[in-house]
Design a protein around this ligand. Structure first.
Ligand code: ADP
Ligand code: ADP
Length: 220
């Protein structure tokens, strides 16, 4: 992912908020980036632009050398609130529009259920799942689409501390097995240090990257 001279401002009547100013960042294939900074520093805005959900910016964002043209499965996005279909069970939620009768899909769904540690819950419905389990379903659903990059916007923000630690573990495990490029937004310093090969630190005003710090992953 290459982010070049990106500026984004929001105008409300007379008032202009500069959310991002001259952001430049290169993220290599297979890197696990965490983006940290205080509330309002532009983290979500940056992620939405990479996801192709916000196209109203100056500058250029490329994935694999191609300018982002809009939302795509190439950029899997995970939000704080999981959006599962209540009428579908776990494996159907992961497959969604893909058919479980297709043996390739079936095989990969089973593999992913194993990776996100949901074995035994294939036939469970969203209402029977905890928050953390639901997030793992959402992650498996995104991974089934082979995204070039997985974008996670405070995905564990609504979870208790214990579950959060567990999911950080699961996510590192996924990253090691799948070698997916990850961009993980958080305002939790501890989380940004535990995850990630690089921390991108943003300052509150005017939405600039103040530092990029490499970290050593100390995961067993
Ligand atoms: P963070 O995710 O770091 O909390 P955001 O990216 O959500 O920050 O917001 C960055 C800045 O842009 C904030 O000042 C916010 O108020 C402003 N902003 C974000 N989205 C909009 C919007 N749709 N309309 C107006 N201002 C916005
Ligand atoms: P997570 O850390 O993913 O949120 P929890 O901490 O809620 O998961 O639960 C840990 C484990 O407890 C789960 O992996 C699962 O095996 C089991 N569990 C959680 N919720 C349920 C449930 N509603 N029914 C049966 N087992 C559950």
């Amino acid at each position: 992912v290459m982010i070049q001279s990106v500026n984004r401002s929001f105008q409300k009547g007379e008032q202009v908020t500069q959310a991002l100013r001259n952001v430049n960042l290169t993220i290599n294939k297979g890197e696990f980036i965490t983006v940290i900074g205080p509330s309002g520093c532009g983290k979500s805005t940056l992620l939405k632009m990479i996801a192709g959900l916000d196209m109203d910016y100056e500058g250029r964002i490329e994935i694999n050398g191609k300018h982002i043209a809009g939302p795509s499965i190439k950029q899997g996005m995970i939000f704080q609130e999981h959006r599962l279909f209540p009428w579908l069970n776990v494996e159907q939620n992961i497959a969604a529009d893909l058919s479980l009768k297709d043996s390739n899909v079936r095989h990969r769904v089973d593999e992913l259920i194993d990776i996100v540690r949901l074995k035994g819950f294939e036939k469970a419905y969203p209402r029977e799942l905890s928050g953390g389990m639901s997030q793992r379903v959402a992650i498996a659903r995104a991974l089934l689409r082979n995204p070039e990059v997985l974008l996670l916007d405070e995905p564990f923000g609504a979870l208790d501390a214990f579950t959060r630690t567990h999911l950080q573990d699961v996510l590192l495990d996924i990253w090691k097995k799948e070698k997916t490029t990850m961009i993980f937004v958080t305002h939790d310093l501890d989380e940004s240090i535990c995850l990630g090969t690089k921390i991108v630190i943003m300052s509150a005003r005017p939405g600039e990257i103040s530092r990029v710090v490499p970290v050593e992953i100390s995961h067993p």
